[in-house]
Ligand binder design. Sequence first.
Ligand SMILES: Cc1ncc(COP(=O)(O)O)c(C=O)c1O
Length: 361
Amino acid sequence: MTTDHANQFVCDLVAYEPGKPIEETARELGLDPKEIVKLASNENPLGPSPLAQKAIAEAASTAHIYPDGGGFKLRSAIAEKYDLDIKNTVLGNGSNEIIELLCHSFLNPDAELVAAEHAFVVYKLMATLFGAKYVAVPDPGFVHDLDGMLNAITDKTRLVFIANPNNPTGTIVSEAAIDAFMAKVPEHVIVVFDEAYFEFLDDAPDTLKYIREGKNVCVLRTFSKAQGLAALRIGYGLASEPLANILNKARQPFNANAIAQAGALAAINDTSHINATVENNRIGLELFHSEFEKRNLEYVPSVANFVLVKVKEGDRVFKEMLAKGVIVRAMSGYKLPDWIRVSVGTPTENARFLEVLDEVL
Ligand SMILES: Cc1ncc(COP(=O)(O)O)c(C=O)c1O
């Protein structure tokens, strides 16, 4: 067989299962796509940044030209926003690609990656893809246990991932806890702060200070969430210059496409869209928390744009809600078969979710 010589650790990989697409659901159920509410992928319910939409349309007229492989304009804007140097930045095909670049650069079958038990699943997929050992540290109450993660570090540990806030739990660790962790973490380890939901935080821990201090830290951010550009696949890493250099070597020459670069450049300072998104999210989170309480449903209080809620039979609830045109995320892939994760939508979508949840429960 031609596949006989495929790396076993790649064959063993359980592929990432994304939120079910609206079009696919409509096709399978014979529904009108417009009737379907998708609250399954932590997307922006207000849509893309309007400034980005205009820039994307304009960029389409030069789609025959290769992108700026160095991403000069966008990387400069990112550097300026955070008072860093362009040399501290790397663009990715979504922040997922930066996770892959980190693993590509630092993992091998003799290396280890440390993360929390219910951390974002892509860390495990990527560790597996590079044949490394994935070390999952228990996270009591669904909060990263940074002391436990410190204790799990060995001479072979190359990467520690701290998703802050984490997906699918929506929990966060404080700046004080991070500072205490950083004071003890050994020099040979790279600490990755995955901050995909950073814009939704009221009082975000400052992790960029570690980059300014030249520590072995990479901060991941994305245009997929608050800026509403998930379809463009554009995210970025911020790191000390030597680390950013390595990641820039590991990427494909044109990994961030020109349309995405143009959209992201317009979106980065679209504060009115970001503010509206954050306010919509605040209202939606409050609603979900209080409505789950009213129904006596256990949930994990979230600071991100989604909530994990215990519904007993997660797969059944997911399937029955799907049949009624509401897509949420079943959590058995995270070994949480009793739970579903729901993303915050518009007020109308949130109301529809609660209505259908009641029908199904
Ligand atoms: C914690 C976390 N990190 C990274 C990502 C990847 O986002 P993207 O590749 O769209 O930038 C996600 C997406 O859901 C996420 O939840």
